[in-house]
Design a protein around this ligand. Structure first.
Ligand SMILES: [Zn+2]
Length: 210
């Protein structure tokens, strides 16, 4: 016996999601079938809202809610307490959330929505660098921190932007996140590139208490 078309369509839709296999898809579909209509439909509405109300921030390309009062602005860009002299450049909105959750950075962000990846055929022109350069034209920014991923593509993205921004805005400090040793690592087991980063990204010790 086969499922009716409606049920099968739902199972197929769930199985196409990341991390959900055929078995789980079936279980979710039957769970929804048993739920009161209102509860099941609220899920459908949440998906509908996600696709109709979420857009990219008109300034930094972070995720933002669509607004009827003009261009969409994300929470960070709307926050008047943010330090507007620093912009941290990241690849994806998820990276922004991770850095912001650390609570140590209080500046603004710029989300590239991708990275320079020659093997995938993407270069600077596929990213939101034009928007970043426009922001830098404003003259308020003193430092750009590159928060790209510490891998080949992330480093290529950094190098490419470093050149573009460095040429046009020689007065802006360009930095990148230190990588170095993770807490709990033992130096003897750290690999060379980690140690190299740790040494290059070393920090001056406070003179307090000495
Ligand atoms: Zn924003």
């Amino acid at each position: 016996m086969q499922y009716t078309t409606t049920i099968q369509n739902l199972i197929d839709a769930f199985s196409s999601l990341p991390g959900i296999g055929a078995r789980s898809a079936e279980r979710i579909a039957f769970h929804l079938l048993k739920l009161p209509s209102e509860e099941a439909l609220s899920l459908a509405r949440a998906i509908h809202d996600l696709k109709t109300r979420i857009t990219h921030c008109s300034v930094c390309y972070n995720l933002a809610e669509l607004s009827s009062e003009g261009p969409a602005l994300c929470e960070v860009c709307r926050d008047a307490r943010r330090d507007r002299s620093t912009i941290c450049v990241v690849e994806q909105p998820k990276d922004l959330l991770a850095i912001d959750a650390s609570g140590t950075y209080h500046g603004l962000y710029h989300v590239l929505l991708g990275r320079v990846a020659p093997l995938d055929g993407t270069d600077e022109s596929d990213l939101t660098i034009g928007g970043l350069l426009e922001r830098l034209e404003g003259g308020e920014v003193r430092e750009v921190i590159f928060g790209t991923n510490p891998n080949l593509d992330g480093d290529l993205t950094l190098l490419s932007m470093q050149k573009t921004i460095g040429e046009r805005f020689p007065g802006i400090a360009l930095t990148r996140l230190a990588r170095g040793l993770a807490a709990g690592t033992q130096i003897e087991y750290a690999n060379r590139s980690v140690l190299d980063d740790a040494i290059r990204g070393r920090q001056s010790l406070s003179t307090e208490g000495r």
